[in-house]
Write a protein that binds this ligand. Structure first.
Ligand SMILES: [Zn+2]
Ligand SMILES: [Zn+2]
Ligand SMILES: [Zn+2]
Length: 156
């Protein structure tokens, strides 16, 4: 999906009032921030910070990564975004995820799957009980090999 360059859909409730909410956190509503919100309003799934910087630069070449990352931090504090980590540790952003979830990352083909709370429940409950450790499901990332990659290796 590429940014269309159109304005933020005013009916999109996720981004309603974001300008005032950012201002309340001491961030001025600058053209760069406006561009970032526009890019985010067209993004779905998982996007890395670098991809967001690139998409912003396609609209506004003067976009600076530091502004993008600082704004992403504040948007996450406001609950509009959540980040997780890919297998290599880099941050991936989700625009207001429908539900908090963890991830499986295949180290063979690079595919990512979401693990929902139900699927992770046994592991999360066990860790919470035995270690008195509150698990942040969105930071649960498990690396391994998917069925296709396992059988490709076995065939060799
Ligand atoms: Zn993190
Ligand atoms: Zn795979
Ligand atoms: Zn995810």
């Amino acid at each position: 999906m590429t940014p269309s360059g159109s304005a933020i859909a005013p009916e999109d409730p996720t981004w309603a009032g974001v300008r005032d909410r950012l201002r309340a956190r001491g961030l001025r509503w600058t053209p760069q921030r406006r561009t970032l919100i526009e890019v985010l309003s067209h993004a779905d799934g998982h996007v890395t910070g670098a991809e967001l910087v690139e998409r912003c630069r396609a609209i506004d070449a003067t976009t600076t990564p530091s502004t993008v990352y600082r704004t992403l931090d504040v948007l996450e504090e406001l609950g509009l975004l959540r980040h997780s980590h890919a297998a290599d540790g880099r941050e991936e952003f989700h625009v207001q995820p429908a539900a908090i979830h963890g991830h499986l990352h295949c180290i063979g083909c690079g595919t990512t799957w979401e693990i929902d709370a139900d699927e992770a429940a046994a592991l999360v409950t066990s860790i919470e009980r035995r270690r008195d450790f509150a698990v942040d499901l969105s930071h649960l990332s498990i690396a391994g090999r998917c069925a296709t990659c396992v059988s490709a290796r076995a065939d060799r």
